[in-house]
Design a protein around this ligand. Structure first.
Ligand SMILES: [Zn+2]
Length: 92
């Protein structure tokens, strides 16, 4: 009986916290969709390789070959690492 009472008390608080976090993340993502991301430069490997993080939604971005900001996924992470290794070999 007491275990049931504790679990029934804990469950609504956990659900409420999860809902609050989801609403907070949704409002931040919605804000970024409407206003745009707040880019902050996190890593500058070279003058051509920059990585950014949005202060609002914490997503990571990088510059592609055309200077556009693209999401920093595994493909771009590997490409940036290879390019940085290549440039370090050239300039060292
Ligand atoms: Zn954002």
């Amino acid at each position: 009986m007491s275990a049931y009472a504790i679990s029934s008390l804990d469950a609504p608080n956990t659900d409420c916290l999860t809902l609050h976090i989801n609403l907070l993340m949704f409002s931040k993502i919605l804000r970024c969709k409407i206003v745009g991301h707040k880019y902050q430069l996190t890593q500058k490997h070279h003058f051509q390789i920059n990585e950014y993080r949005c202060n609002c939604c914490k997503k990571e971005f990088t510059d592609d070959g055309y200077g556009r900001k693209v999401p920093l996924n595994e493909y771009w992470r590997q490409t940036n690492n290879r390019f940085r290794t290549y440039l370090n070999e050239i300039y060292s």
